[in-house]
Design a protein around this ligand. Structure first.
Ligand code: HC0
Ligand code: SF4
Length: 573
């Protein structure tokens, strides 16, 4: 422990704290902009400057380690002046069309401008020529909004170990862009959107599809069905001003019904179907000397990462489509047949916590007889915009239930949204099958958590099964390298493209960097999902009655001919 004073207040903190963190302990929030805890700690923007007794120059508090007896001042005229001119300089070359900006009222730059009481921008200089890259199916980059904080660059390079975005050119012409100014769509970008959630402004955002969804809802000839991914319910509330980790399943369903969707289904149902298909695929690979380890394939960012960077592992990927695609395919076959609706007239909308799902839905191989499984994908943020646009008072909504036709789900389906959840759901089913009895064990708490790579060994039916979990593509990379070198061996692996899994996907609500200092979003949002799992009567996918009915009346058995046609896919280099 180290003790120091901040603005005259004594504080004791661990010795690995920075001054910025120490100040928060005593309720002093030093402004910052480029700082993103654990990701971008570079002290570049000079907004978080402080004065320290005995130091000649002012210091960037986000990279300044605490020291015994240190005396720090955070609010002096000198500091206010420096911060003001720093911000004015940034603003002078910023496209300040706040009212029509997608980050209006949730922009970190706008907030700072207000908090630091900037009432004029005296130097109106040359402006960067706006270049908008909207060629990718998932992400739009607008350099006229970029403030060169580098948060996206560090995220892509260090957390994802991909490095699509970089600082290009020099001096006034410095920009953040892919090398050679390519469109993000023409690079090995996996569309995970982690750069989008790292961006404090609107320089990076999802490619919106809201208007196409409104158009479908207006069209009297179209039957519009919506499905919501597991992780969406754990975060939508934040867009409505509720605390992080509030679960809003019932209100979300009510809102979607009011938006006019004919049916509101839950992707969880298809998550349970995925477990049936993937679980049996796993058993088949074990029993018939198939390619092992089998690796999950439901995270489209991860699949794209594997295609670009580890094509030798493509035979290891499960052939199962992701739950979003399975649900789409089942809506246009099973549901359409039962309801006697022409599948060509069905428009499937997915609400996903993920920007890569937009790209996944557009993959040509994810169509059945020329009909796309999913017609439009919107993020959690886009759904919130639609709810607001429709003037629905979210807080006054009652809790409503998903439509029953394709929605019964077991607890296993909902935990898919957190890292380790797909593995846990799979184990709940595979263990019962291998042991040939109904095991009392449901919670595999030993594989939960946020450690980048987690592993376990289980003895099931007299066989030892080695499993591993990785989240964030840098961790996936580390894991695959260890398998390649022979250092590690596994039977079954879950990989999610984003750190934390879907709950912290690139389409989830923005949370300011300062709020991420003391809160681990991955933990808080995952709690909401594990809580929903606990409330379910059935918590194992193979106990889900709706799933059993689907097999009995339609698919016949897991991995059947029809199941293969509708629910499985292949990968390309
Ligand atoms: Fe996920 Fe999914 S769990 S990828 O993270 O598997 O996006 O939430 O919808 O498809 O179910 C995202 C979340 C999904 C899918 C499911 C899987
Ligand atoms: Fe990098 Fe992901 Fe952003 Fe693409 S979407 S630039 S891979 S962080």
């Amino acid at each position: 422990k180290v003790s120091l004073t901040i603005d005259g207040i004594k504080v004791e903190v661990p010795s690995n704290f920075t001054v910025l963190e120490a100040a928060r302990k005593v309720g002093v929030e030093i402004p910052s902009l480029c700082f993103l805890k654990g990701i971008n700690e570079v002290g570049a923007c000079r907004v978080c400057m402080v004065e320290v007794e005995g130091y000649r120059n002012i210091q960037a508090s986000c990279v300044l380690p605490v020291a015994e007896g240190m005396s720090v001042k955070t609010n002096t005229k000198k500091l206010r002046d420096v911060r003001k001119s720093t911000l004015q300089l940034i603003l002078s070359n910023h496209n300040r069309e706040c009212l029509t900006c997608s980050r209006n009222r949730n922009c970190e730059l706008q907030k700072l401008t207000e908090e630091l009481n900037i009432d004029a921008i005296p130097f109106e200089g040359e402006k960067t020529q706006p270049v908008i890259d909207d060629l990718s199916p998932s992400i739009v980059r607008d350099n006229s909004k970029c403030i060169l904080c580098g948060r996206c660059v560090s995220t892509c390079k260090n957390v994802q170990k991909i490095g699509i975005l970089e600082f290009t050119n020099r001096g006034f012409n410095t920009e953040v862009a892919p090398a050679f100014n390519k469109s993000m769509g023409d690079t090995a970008c996996i569309f995970c959107g982690q750069c989008v959630v790292a961006c404090p402004v609107a320089a990076l955002k999802e490619k919106e599809d809201i208007d196409r969804v409104w158009d479908a809802l207006e069209n009297p000839d179209t039957h519009v069905v919506v499905q919501t991914a597991p992780a969406v319910r754990a975060a939508l509330g934040e867009e409505m001003g509720l605390p992080i980790g509030t679960r809003v399943t019932g209100k979300m369903v009510a809102a979607l019904k009011r938006l006019g969707f004919h049916k509101v289904f839950d992707t969880n149902f298809a998550a349970d179907v995925t477990i049936m298909e993937e679980g049996h695929e796993m058993l088949d690979r074990i029993q018939n000397n198939g390619v092992l380890p089998m690796i999950t394939s439901c995270s489209p960012g991860w699949v794209r990462f594997c295609e670009f960077n580890y094509p030798e592992f493509l035979p290891n990927l499960s052939t199962c489509k992701s739950p979003q695609q399975m649900n789409g395919a089942l809506i246009k076959s099973y549901y359409a047949e039962r309801q006697k609706i022409d599948p060509k007239k069905i428009f499937v909308v997915s609400v996903m916590p993920c920007t890569s799902k937009k790209n996944e839905a557009a993959r040509p191989e994810l169509a059945v007889d020329g009909l796309r499984d999913v017609d439009a994908v919107i993020t959690t943020r886009e759904m919130a915009k639609m709810i607001k646009q429709a003037r629905i008072d979210f807080h006054k909504l009652p809790d409503e239930r998903f439509d029953h036709e394709l929605s019964g789900y077991a607890g296993a389906g909902v935990i898919f949204g957190a890292t380790g959840g797909v593995m846990e759901a799979a184990l709940r089913t595979v263990a019962d099958i291998l042991e040939d009895k109904e095991l009392a064990k449901i919670d595999y708490t030993e594989i939960r958590g946020t450690e980048g790579i987690r592993e376990a060994e289980l003895v099931l039916g007299g066989k030892t099964i080695k499993i591993a979990i990785a989240h964030g593509t840098a961790n996936a990379s580390r894991l695959l390298d260890m398998i390649k070198s022979g250092e590690k061996e596994y039977d079954f692996i879950e990989v999610m493209g984003c750190s934390g899994g879907c709950v912290t996907g690139g389409g989830q609500p923005h949370v300011a960097a300062k709020d991420k200092i003391d809160i681990d979003l991955r933990v808080e949002r995952a709690k909401a999902l594990y809580e929903e799992d606990q409330t379910m009567k059935e918590r194992k996918s193979h106990k889900n009655k709706a799933v059993l009915e689907l097999y009995e009346n339609f698919l016949l058995k897991p991995n059947s001919h029809l199941a293969h046609k509708l629910l499985h896919t292949h990968y390309t280099v």
